[in-house]
Design a protein around this ligand. Structure first.
Ligand code: ARG
Length: 459
């Protein structure tokens, strides 16, 4: 059944009908659509815009339609133009004239804006839950590795020693920001657009506040034109999702590297690896690679949305129907990536011995050797030069800095004495970095405490 036949003399071309139908993908909005319609009908009845008995009949029938879709007895058949038309057609099929009054003071333009906002709010809650799970796992693993020394990298070259806890907490903060961004995005989406009509609101005395309260929104939209043409909340949500994927992809990349022979810092459990069809020895980190790969897909949704909205004149344009697949796919992708990643992370086993050995190589204590000289009064630029020469000498001898003899050190600078050896052990290097935010155990324990407080506040 069409909602708009009156002015048309001709029929829609069959292929064009299929082409413009959004039902194949917007059917997942059935629950939001029906809840929105129930609130609208209740308000119409309360305001005396439609007869109260009709409003009652509409609400009853909508509840039955919802239950039937949920139980599978009513199948969304995909012949309607969109989910809004499908629900309304079902309603009219069941209760006739009363059902024909539901759309009073409403347009599919404000209806679809409402449905999408309800959907986005719900999905934000779901993604947030996934992030909290991951934050909890990160924190509990970090707690057990506050003294697990590993090399920190810049340019993927060994740089300075840190701890595994410090490294994992860096990801904690990245995902914590993601959480906060989502909360902010929720606030943006939390405005109720019904009452905006097709574009210029309505002549009926709608009680928008009543509908807002019924549907659990914190405010109503303030301009009818903006309300039906705004998809900022979709763009913002997809941006949040893109940043989450960017973070996950970086983490996955590190796990892929760390599980490679050359690093051997971590073992990914068999549950999250796959084999090769030809090479019997292979165990590949496919899940991590796939999450890294799916990042492109979520970015694609964001780019698609931004490009779709670019240059659109006020107010609603059919282009905007393209928002759905982008937002749905991005949300589904992120939800599944977060849950697989979190489980994979929990099953990792860290090769702490190799991490430690790796931190001993690569002259990760060179900065500390220079700092030791500075504390003896040498200017940092001179200290840098002295240690640089020392590293060059040590590389030629193929030994770490702390395995050079005091005599060898003295050849480069006579300021050196025995105490330098203690100052440049990797343990000393880490523990000397005890400023807030540093890798020293004392600093990391404080960071963990604050992070626990954050988690307690969002749980
Ligand atoms: N299926 C449409 C969408 O998703 C619903 C709004 C239709 N409005 C209209 N004026 N054609 O955007």
């Amino acid at each position: 059944m069409k909602l708009w036949g009156g002015v048309f003399l001709g029929q829609t071309d069959e292929a064009a009908g299929l082409f413009h139908s959004s039902l194949p993908f917007d059917k997942r909005l059935y629950k939001h659509d029906i809840h929105g319609s129930i609130a609208h009908a209740q308000m119409l009845g309360k305001q005396g815009i439609i007869p109260k008995p009709d409003a009652k009949a509409i609400v009853n029938a909508l509840n039955i339609i919802l239950a039937e879709i949920e139980s599978g007895t009513l199948v969304i058949d995909e012949t309607a133009e969109d989910i809004h038309s499908f629900v309304e057609a079902q309603l009219i099929l069941r209760i006739g004239d009363a059902g024909r009054r539901l759309h009073t003071g409403r347009s599919r333009n404000d209806q679809v804006a409402l449905d999408m906002r309800m959907y986005v709010k719900e999905e934000i809650a779901c993604v947030c839950a996934g992030i909290i799970d991951l934050l909890e796992s990160l924190l509990s693993t970090a707690k057990t590795h506050t003294t697990t020394i590993m090399p920190g990298f810049t340019h993927l070259q060994k740089a300075q020693p840190v701890t595994l806890a410090h490294h994992l907490l860096a990801y904690f903060h990245m995902f914590k920001r993601d959480y906060r961004r989502l909360v902010n995005c929720y606030e943006g989406a939390d405005a109720m657009p019904l009452g905006s009509g097709a574009l210029a609101s309505t002549t009926y005395p709608l009680d928008r506040e009543f509908v807002r309260k019924k549907l659990g929104f914190s405010r109503i939209t303030e301009n009818s034109l903006d309300a039906v043409s705004d998809r900022d909340f979709c763009v913002e949500f997809t941006s949040c999702l893109s940043i989450i994927m960017m973070h996950l992809s970086r983490f996955c990349e590190e796990l892929i590297l760390w599980s490679a022979d050359a690093f051997d810092f971590v073992k990914i459990s068999d549950a999250y690896a796959t084999g090769s069809s030809i090479m019997p020895q292979k165990k590949n980190p496919d899940m991590a690679e796939l999450i890294r790969g799916k990042t492109g897909r979520v970015y694609g949704s964001l780019m698609g949305l931004l490009t779709m909205m670019k240059g659109l004149p006020m107010a609603y344009n059919k282009d905007m129907q393209e928002d759905k697949e982008a937002v749905f796919d991005a949300a589904d992708t992120v939800n599944s990536c977060l849950s697989v990643f979190c489980a994979m992370f929990q099953s990792l086993s860290f090769n702490t011995e190799n991490m430690y050995k790796s931190a001993l190589g690569g002259y990760t204590n060179a900065t500390d050797a220079a700092d030791w000289l500075v504390k003896k009064g040498v200017a940092f630029r001179d200290a840098h030069e002295i240690i640089g020469r020392l590293v060059l000498y040590a590389i030629e001898k193929n030994v770490p800095l702390d395995k050079l003899t005091l005599a060898e050190l003295k050849k480069v600078s006579d300021i050196f004495d025995e105490t330098v050896f203690h100052a440049i052990s990797v343990e000393a290097c880490v523990n000397a970095r005890n400023v807030p935010g540093g890798p020293a155990e004392s600093a990391v324990l404080k960071e963990i405490k604050n992070s626990q407080k954050f988690l307690a506040s969002v749980r």
